[in-house]
Design a protein. Structure first.
Length: 469
């Protein structure tokens, strides 16, 4: 094996060997592995060849490949690198530096940052995208584009919103974000219909994909056809009720009742007034009309967040093990919170949690596209690990394991119109996750990671273990 023997020894945990050829044709070969992606299903006994950041070929396993690194995939499973479609990298500064490592440790090779002020997000993006950085690919929106009132204004909540009181404000904001290099824009909940229209049109003019919460001043059926993705199922329940027009009229009255009320307080009050009553007044005929508008709009339900009351992070022993690998201040604080909950479990209202699970199942049954996102790091969502919980919740809602994998691979690529990600085929980007067990037999097997390929570089388990601390 000559000069490659040292590489084989260093990577023994994932079965690396070295090639005797004098001039390797590819940088990396994963041989005799079962390859799984959402477009092609499972293909057994394959060898995947990688040069640089590109998959060169996927061939039948056979003779030893001519590669600088060879990974033995016998008995293992290879899936595309996973995405988290809903992340806030700057929401908790204590976690921000550890995020790239934590994500990669758990096989998340791409993230969509769905909200942060430019002066805080841009340095993160620059660091993650730097040549040679050990970090996922990152796509970012800049701040949440809110209305005259702002929810996340820095008063008792992190500051991740900017206000758009007028149509002119909206146009100027999108122009500024486009100039800063954002990959998409995110419309938030307090915008007026006029500002919503202006933001959508400005985004479309610049070719920017559009993500949104359903604004409280609008109905979901009027928002869905005009955006590329929607988050948390937020405010969809209001349009699926027996009398959505009356609920909207009531919100319109509340918007002007107290001009001095903070945006976050108003949103919380409206949710308290309307969310559970709307769920209890669910009307299948109204909701079918809403579903009909969502045919091409990716829904990112963040079920680990929405259904936390049914499945808190703390019930899962794996969460405690994962948290132990986070930076010490986070590990200590979150572990203590989890153990306190276990000692005295708090009963919560599960009406919205159960509705969220049911809605995702119904959406999926109608062919509405579903994307996988977590809202990391909100509500004890550990970067990376939380995405596996989200996949499990999607399966619990009614998706097959392969559909859940699609939600974390193909759907995010579709949102950005990226053709070279999400599948294991020639010409695709070399982001891959090697597993020790079959994720199609049990979606929880996506946690059983034997190696991660990020931008063509293989990280063995011992390297992954050191990331994010």
């Amino acid at each position: 094996m000559g000069g490659f023997a040292r590489l084989a020894a260093a990577a023994a945990a994932v079965g690396f060997s070295a090639c005797a050829a004098d001039v390797p044709l590819v940088d990396l070969a994963i041989e005799n592995v079962t390859v799984i992606d959402a477009e092609n299903g499972a293909r057994t006994a394959r060898t995947v060849l990688v040069r640089g950041d590109t998959i060169i070929d996927v061939v039948a396993a056979g003779d030893a490949p001519n590669a600088e690194q060879v990974v033995d995939g016998t008995g293992r499973y290879l899936i595309p690198g996973l995405w988290d479609m809903h992340v806030h990298t700057t929401y908790d500064p204590a976690l921000t530096p550890a995020m790239p490592g934590l994500f990669l440790r758990w096989g998340i090779t791409s993230v969509r940052d769905t909200g942060g002020l430019l002066d805080r997000v841009l340095p993160v993006v620059e660091a993650w995208r730097a040549e040679g950085a050990t970090a996922p690919r990152i796509f970012f929106a800049g701040p949440l584009l809110d209305g005259a009132k702002v929810v996340y204004d820095g008063n008792g909540r992190p500051e991740i919103c900017t206000g758009n009181a007028t149509v002119e404000d909206a146009r100027a904001q999108v122009a500024e974000l486009d100039a800063a290099g954002v990959d998409f824009i995110k419309i938030y909940e307090m915008v007026s219909p006029e500002v919503f229209d202006a933001l959508v049109l400005a985004g479309e003019e610049r070719g920017l994909p559009i993500d949104a919460h359903v604004p409280l001043s609008m109905r979901a059926r009027d928002v869905a056809p005009r955006v590329n993705s929607m988050e948390h199922l937020r405010n969809v329940e209001l349009d699926c009720s027996a009398n959505p027009a009356a609920l909207l009229a009531a919100r319109e009255r509340e918007f002007v009742r107290d001009p001095g009320e903070a945006g976050g307080d108003l949103r919380t009050r409206l949710q308290g007034l309307q969310r559970v009553p709307a769920v209890l007044a669910y009307d299948a005929r109204e909701c079918e009309q809403v579903f009909a508008t969502m045919a091409s709009t990716i829904q990112v339900p963040t079920l680990r967040l929405n259904s936390f009351a049914l499945h808190p992070a703390f019930v899962d022993d794996g969460w405690f093990d994962a948290v132990a690998g986070a930076p010490a201040p986070i590990a200590e604080s979150w572990d203590a919170a989890g153990r306190a909950w276990r000692a005295d479990p708090q009963q919560q209202d599960t009406i919205f949690a159960g509705w969220s699970l049911r809605m995702v199942g119904e959406m999926h049954a109608r062919g509405i596209p579903i994307g996988a996102g977590t809202d990391t790091p909100i509500n004890y969502s550990l970067p990376g690990y939380a995405l596996h919980t989200e996949l499990e919740m999607l399966v619990r809602a009614g998706l097959a394991p392969l559909d859940a994998i699609r939600a974390a691979t193909i759907r995010p690529a579709e949102f950005f119109g990226v053709q070279e990600m999400g599948r294991i085929e020639p010409g695709m980007r070399a982001d891959l996750v090697l597993l020790d067990a079959d994720p199609l037999a049990d979606i929880r097997n996506t946690r059983r990671i034997a190696g991660v390929v990020t931008k063509g570089r293989m990280l063995a388990p011992e390297a992954l273990e050191q990331l994010g601390r």
